[in-house]
Design a binder for this molecule. Sequence first.
Ligand SMILES: [Zn+2]
Ligand SMILES: [Zn+2]
Ligand SMILES: [Zn+2]
Ligand SMILES: [Zn+2]
Length: 255
Amino acid sequence: MSLDKNADILSNLECPICTEYMLTSIYICSRGHSICSKCKSNLQKCPTCSVVLGSTRNYALESLVSQLKYPCAFAHQGCKETLSPTDLRMHERNCPDRIRECPFCREDSVWTGHIADLQVHLLERHKSSILMTNTKRRLKTNFLPDGPMKYFLYDNDHKAMFHLLQTYDDERGIIGYYVRYLGDKERAKNFKFTLSICSKSERSRNITITEFCHDEVVSFDDIIQSGIYIGLLKSVLCSYSDGYCILSISARSEK
Ligand SMILES: [Zn+2]
Ligand SMILES: [Zn+2]
Ligand SMILES: [Zn+2]
Ligand SMILES: [Zn+2]
């Protein structure tokens, strides 16, 4: 189907209530008005003609809809993908152009926007949470708190942004570190991070571990399950409490 024709048809497939595309289950009133399944679940009456809504589906339309390609919801942010209904929602969850929330803002006033603007926001508003990894800056000894911790990393060599998170498993006494790459899911696979923990008093004593970075969308549970994070006993870390640590990011392979 030509793109123009596709766009023409799409313009008739917006739900009259939420104006999103009707993608999977499409309901229809006894007078022929269609509505998406999400809105249908909140309504007793047809929003167009007010007759009571039953559970009649518009199967002909559903079948047509499944053969069309839909623009990503973040097309206005620059995404050029067009996908089938089954792939669309999955893509939108991972879309590199999606609207993001700043992970460092207070909950009552969270900044949202495109990833390209996130960096500017972070540099302006959250200087204290930023580590420039290309300078291999030493982290102070407060890298050993009990609670969760997060840092924004900006790597100038790769012009890439990362998010370092520390977690604490109270039960097992394990402190975990993992790094998420903020950006395209595929590109995330190219990065690894190295954490070195060094003792100041005993110069030859140190721990250095390199681990792969994760993307932004993989869940915390999946990260722990994968074992791809740095997990250290708190008692071991505490023996370095007079020391410092160095964090660096590098490309996993030259692709
Ligand atoms: Zn709707
Ligand atoms: Zn109606
Ligand atoms: Zn997209
Ligand atoms: Zn913020």
